[in-house]
Ligand binder design. Structure first.
Ligand SMILES: [Zn+2]
Length: 214
C-alpha cells in the first residue's frame, strides 16, 4: 500500500512518513506490525483516540492473562475487593489495584491489626510508603503497647475476593476491535474503499450503529 489508510495521503518519506503500526496493540501482546498502512501523524492520532482508551478498558484482561509487552512495564487494573477482615470492611475512600503478578495494592496505606497475635501489618503500594506509614503515630502507639510491626505491598492474603470488571460493550472496546479488524484486513490485501465507510472524519467512526454492526 502506498497511501495512509486514514488520511489517504501518499507516503513520501518526508512530510508523510510510514509508521510501524502494531495491528493488535502491543500492550495486549500484539506482535504483528503493519509497516505500510498508516502514516506517523495518523498513527499518533489513533494511538491517543483509540488505543489508549481501549487498552485502559482491557486492563483487567491484560492482568489476568499476564500479557508481556515489547516495551516492558507492568500492568495493573482497578479491582473491587471483599474481605471479612475488620480493617478492610470500611475502606470506601481507598482504591485497590491488582498487578499482573496478582498482588493487590491499596491507593493509600492500610493498617491491619491482629489483636490475637499482637501484630500490626502496614500494606501500601510501595515498600517505601509502607515504611513511612509504619512511623506514624497510630502505628507507634500500638508498638508501644507491645505490638510487632510488619510492612508489605500485597493485600492478597487478607481478602477473599477481588473483582475485575470489563465493560465489553463500551464504545472504547468496539473502536479498538474495529481498528484491529480494519488494519488486519488492509494488511492482508483488502482495498481501502471496502472499509472507507468505517473511517469517519480523520479518525475511526464513532457511529454506535456501525460499530455494533461490524
Ligand atoms: Zn495518515
Amino acid at each position: 500500500m502506498q497511501h495512509c489508510y486514514l488520511c489517504n495521503k501518499p507516503f513520501d518519506g518526508d512530510a508523510v512518513q510510514k509508521h510501524d503500526e502494531h495491528i493488535i496493540q502491543n500492550a495486549l501482546g500484539g506482535k504483528l506490525i503493519g509497516a505500510e498502512i498508516l502514516c506517523e501523524a495518523c498513527g499518533n492520532i489513533l494511538n491517543a483516540a483509540v488505543d489508549v482508551p481501549f487498552i485502559r478498558e482491557l486492563e483487567p484482561v491484560s492482568v489476568l492473562l499476564r500479557l508481556a509487552r515489547d516495551r516492558g512495564g507492568a500492568c495493573a487494573a482497578n479491582a473491587g475487593i471483599s474481605s471479612s477482615h475488620g480493617d478492610l470492611r470500611n475502606v470506601s475512600n481507598i482504591q485497590f489495584w491488582m498487578n499482573n503478578d496478582f498482588a493487590v495494592a491499596p491507593s493509600k496505606p492500610i493498617l491491619l491489626q491482629d489483636q490475637a497475635c499482637r501484630k500490626v501489618t502496614v500494606i501500601a503500594a510501595t515498600n517505601a510508603l509502607a515504611l513511612a506509614f509504619a512511623q506514624s503515630k497510630a502505628v507507634a502507639t500500638l508498638a508501644s503497647k507491645g505490638y510487632g510491626v510488619e510492612v508489605g505491598t500485597n493485600l492478597a492474603a487478607y481478602i477473599e475476593k477481588a473483582i475485575l470488571q470489563v465493560r465489553s460493550g463500551a464504545i472504547e472496546v468496539q473502536r479498538g476491535v474495529l481498528k484491529i479488524a480494519i488494519e488486519f484486513a488492509l494488511q492482508t490485501g483488502v482495498a481501502r474503499h471496502e472499509i472507507a465507510h468505517l473511517l469517519g472524519n480523520g479518525n475511526l467512526t464513532t457511529d454506535a450503529h456501525l460499530l455494533r454492526g461490524c
